[in-house]
Design a protein around this ligand. Structure first.
Ligand SMILES: Nc1ncnc2c1ncn2[C@@H]1O[C@H](COP(=O)(O)OP(=O)(O)O)[C@@H](O)[C@H]1O
Ligand SMILES: [Mg+2]
Length: 276
């Protein structure tokens, strides 16, 4: 049941600058919102800064020697920039890391039980509820509870990584390239699951290089290029722009019949690049 939507909150990222170490600027004046109940996607090539944004939101940035140097991140009333990961999880914000990092030596069930650790008040009922939710979404995991996670297929490991995050009953799920390296059929399955999770009341910030999948799922989309938001708009509109079709949807002939310069006409209010 959609307990997740009890306290509807918007994620607001405002004019965010992030650097790694002393000099590497990874994000510059990035702004985006994830309204309650929505799916928002952040697209971009390798190295654009997608993972960095999720790390900043989930409080894991510091583990990678990164820091927010300007701007703010709020989830409802909660200030998230500068917080640690436990604070984010407590606020209802949970990240599924890229590369589906499950605990390879632990069983499926042990991996699931590790989800939401640090939350405190984890009653046996909550854990039972969480497992039931996960097994309903992923019947394959239910059949493999005692299997070592490292022996699962890539797609199953992605399911487990998502399932583990759901054990913390997130209100906002941060997904980092869930489709990466998966066969098309599995990508479709993951897409269905994201839809289902969202339908249950959880907002989703979906980071993807697979623009086709992401734009089909999302309400709103942003394109990140070298640390800056280049394009923003309703996902359906972005999917029609020449630049996105050519660069991110792999349509070589997208220029035919299109006028180019998609930027201004398709991003109402212009690209969100912070203070212009
Ligand atoms: N721990 C780190 N230390 C230094 N630079 C990093 C670190 N993590 C990422 N970067 C750099 O930050 C930029 C954005 O990386 P990332 O957020 O991982 O991009 P994406 O997820 O879009 O592929 C890249 O130039 C990358 O090399
Ligand atoms: Mg990444």
């Amino acid at each position: 049941m959609p307990r997740a939507s009890d306290e509807a909150s918007t994620l607001r990222v405002e004019n965010l600058d992030v650097t790694y170490g002393r000099a590497v600027s990874a994000l510059r004046s990035v702004s985006l919102d994830v309204p309650p109940g929505s799916v928002v996607t952040l697209l971009g090539a390798n190295g654009a800064g997608k993972t960095t944004l999720l790390r900043a939101v989930s409080g894991t940035l510091r583990l990678h020697r990164g820091a927010v140097t300007a701007g703010a991140i709020r989830y409802g009333e909660t200030v998230l920039d500068g917080q640690d990961p436990v604070a984010a999880v407590r606020a209802g914000v949970v990240q599924v890391p890229e590369g589906r990092r499950v605990f390879a030596a632990l069983t499926v069930d042990e991996n699931l039980r590790s989800g939401g650790l640090g939350l405190g008040r984890r009653t046996p009922e909550r854990i039972k509820e969480g497992r039931e939710r996960v097994f309903t979404l992923f019947p394959r995991l239910a059949e493999r509870t005692r299997q070592q996670a490292g022996l699962l297929s890539g797609g199953e490991q992605q399911m487990l990584a998502i399932g583990r995050a759901l054990m913390a009953a997130p209100k906002l799920l941060l997904l980092d390239e869930p489709s990466l390296g998966l066969a098309p059929q599995m990508v479709e399955r993951i897409a269905e699951v994201v839809r289902e999770i969202n339908a249950q009341g959880t907002s989703v910030l979906l980071v993807e290089q697979n623009a086709g999948m992401a734009l089909a799922l999302a309400d709103h989309a942003h394109v990140l290029e070298v640390g800056e938001v280049r394009l923003s708009g309703p996902a359906a509109e972005l999917a029609r722009t020449d630049a996105v079709r050519r660069l991110y949807l792999g349509e070589a002939d997208a220029t035919e019949g299109a006028t180019g310069h998609a930027t201004d006409e398709t991003a109402p209010g212009g690209p969100e690049r912070g203070a212009a």
